[in-house]
Each structure stands twice: as C-alpha cells, then as structure tokens.
Design a protein around this ligand. Structure first.
Ligand SMILES: Cc1cc2nc3c(=O)[nH]c(=O)nc-3n(C[C@H](O)[C@H](O)[C@H](O)COP(=O)(O)O)c2cc1C
Length: 177
C-alpha cells in the first residue's frame, strides 16, 4: 500500500495536519509506504504509484487558495509584528505553485485510485472550506473519493491549530487505511 499526501500551506498549519495524517496512516499500517509532500515539490508523476492520494490546503476566501489570496496571505503576515518566521514561510510558499495549478497538471488516474481531501479553516460562521473544491477536483481526475471532505481548525489566521486537532488528524489518517 502506497499513500501519497500532497499539501499546500502558507503558515505551516496544514503542513502539521498533513504530517499527523501521515503518522496516522503509518500507525494503522506500519508496512505501508507514506510520502508527505509539499505541493511545490509534488511533480505530477508522484501520484503514479499511489493506492491512496490525500490532498489538503488552507481555506482562503471560503474555498481553495488562489494566486491573489496567497499573495494576500504573505502580505498580511509580513505586516504583523513578531511573525517574521511565518511571514518568511508564506513568502517562500507564494513563489511556488498552489493546489489549483497542481491539479491543472495532474494526470487523470485510470484505476479509480482511492482519495481524500482536507483543509484547515477558522471556526466561524460561513467559514467555507477548501476541501470540497479539492474533493471535486479529485473526482474530476477520476479518483474515488472515499470519505467526506474534512476540515481542521486553526485558532487564528496564522494558527496555532486548535488543541486536539493533530490527534483528530492522526485518527482521520488511520481511518483512511
Ligand atoms: C487571504 C486569506 C483568506 C482566508 N479566508 C478564510 C475563509 O474564508 N475561511 C476560513 O475558515 N479561513 C480563512 N482564512 C484562514 C485560513 O484558513 C488559515 O490561514 C489557514 O487555515 C492556515 O493554514 P496554513 O498555516 O497551512 O497556511 C484565510 C486566510 C487568508 C490568509
């Protein structure tokens, strides 16, 4: 069994969730190969040998990030006092491709490979979520999306993750295998 997790993250929270999902997959199936890859490093062929593809990103403007929202994320953080490290991470991320561009180049799967989508979001009314759009794109590429899109909560725009969310991500990862 080969699981590939591809994530986009401006401030590091979605990366932490992706890594926890990878841990969960590994705990549930210690013999399985698990690759957890930032979208900028995920060439289109990384999914070729996957039996399970998990894709996640931050919620921006109620849905998946866009070029504009990613630039906004980097700018907002750049103006925040004490956020130098996160601002640097966001600036670095903004230079690479986001999930939208990655999906554009992703080949269709021929085999109906299993897939799942997740996002990070804040806990507010009408927060929306990126995971629905991600799941939609996975289906469009003929992946078999096996669970409902899942959202994990950050306390503020730049984090931290709500207490317990990493455990929930591990359990969610384990449930996928
Ligand atoms: C430009 C921008 C727009 C955002 N819009 C939303 C939103 O509509 N709904 C929401 O729940 N969170 C929104 N957020 C908060 C993000 O969900 C949060 O920054 C993200 O989960 C953090 O993940 P990351 O650390 O992996 O980048 C927004 C953040 C930014 C920077």
């Amino acid at each position: 069994m080969h699981t590939v997790i591809v994530y986009e993250s401006m401030y590091g929270n979605t990366r932490e969730i992706a890594e926890a999902i990878a841990e969960g997959v590994h705990q549930a199936d210690p013999g399985a190969a698990v690759d957890c890859i930032p979208v900028a490093e995920a060439r289109a062929d990384v999914t070729r040998t996957a039996d399970l593809l998990v894709v996640g990103g931050p919620t921006h403007m109620h849905g998946m990030s866009s070029g504009l929202s990613r630039r906004m994320a980097a700018t907002v953080e750049g103006h925040k006092e004490g956020a130098e490290e996160k601002a640097a991470e966001a600036r670095e991320t903004v230079e690479g491709p986001g999930l939208r561009a990655w999906f554009h180049d992703l080949p269709e799967t021929e085999s109906g490979t299993h897939a799942a989508a997740f996002d990070t979001r804040v806990d507010m009314a009408r927060a929306g979520g990126a995971a629905k759009g991600i799941a939609h794109r996975l289906s469009h590429h003929r992946y078999d999306v096996v669970v409902e899109p899942e959202g994990f909560i950050v306390e503020e725009n730049d984090g931290p993750l709500r207490t317990g969310e990493l455990d929930r991500a591990r359990a969610w990862g384990a449930s996928l295998v």
